[in-house]
Design a protein around this ligand. Sequence first.
Ligand SMILES: [Zn+2]
Ligand SMILES: [Zn+2]
Ligand SMILES: [Zn+2]
Ligand SMILES: [Zn+2]
Ligand SMILES: [Zn+2]
Length: 260
Amino acid sequence: MSSMEKSYNLRDRTLRFVDREDEMDFLYEEFSSPRAEMSCGHAVTPMSLTNWCRRLLEEGKSKFVCGQPNCNREWPYVEVRKMALLTPEEREYFESTMALNAARECFNSKTCPGCKFLVTRKDESNLSVRCQICTVKKGRPYEFCWQCLNKWRGQPNANHCDNDGCINQALKTLRTCPEIVFESIKNVRGCPSIRACPTCGSLLEHTSKYCKSIVCPRCKVKFCFVCLKIMTECTKTSGPYEPCSSRVAPRQTSIPVWHR
Ligand SMILES: [Zn+2]
Ligand SMILES: [Zn+2]
Ligand SMILES: [Zn+2]
Ligand SMILES: [Zn+2]
Ligand SMILES: [Zn+2]
């Protein structure tokens, strides 16, 4: 980041200068640059615009909207880039963060069956997701099921809703997968061959018949497939080729959520 305060050149004829207060200067930093108008009609300086857009990116947004209440107009990135006089380093940060945030939004967004708008899920451990648009339109809480994409029926915080055919494939796999028989570890019975990683929830199949440890490719945490403890915990009381001191962990009935 440069410590120099960016400022508009009054001779730049592509800008629309105005003599008003800086309407994106939410921290009252009073930048000295002349003010220019954005496409939505609000006045900015390059510094206030940069700071506001940086804040949006830090909040996980991938689009730029005016910060004035009652405006909320979206500014195209080309406009932001020009009006904020983004430096090459800032451009790089803006562009890579926009792409990252867009990918994350896409992963955490699904189409609401009520209004067909994309809804972003905040709580990854809850299958019933509130749609704000439908809630306002109907005048009562509207939730849909993240799994079967129908209006939510039944108890909140369940593994599935009460609609026909709403099952969690992952949980079904955990419940029904065959058991693994370790050749080198005696007296280990009833260990399923597929587990959800206790750290991040990824489904993993154990193929080694000798060693009970496995490294999760997603979160890179090494854990014990038998007792589901972190490997360093398990090996405190038993060797890697011995039965665990705590018993075989039962089949999992919920998928752990990764708290990064
Ligand atoms: Zn505006
Ligand atoms: Zn909706
Ligand atoms: Zn459902
Ligand atoms: Zn993992
Ligand atoms: Zn263990």
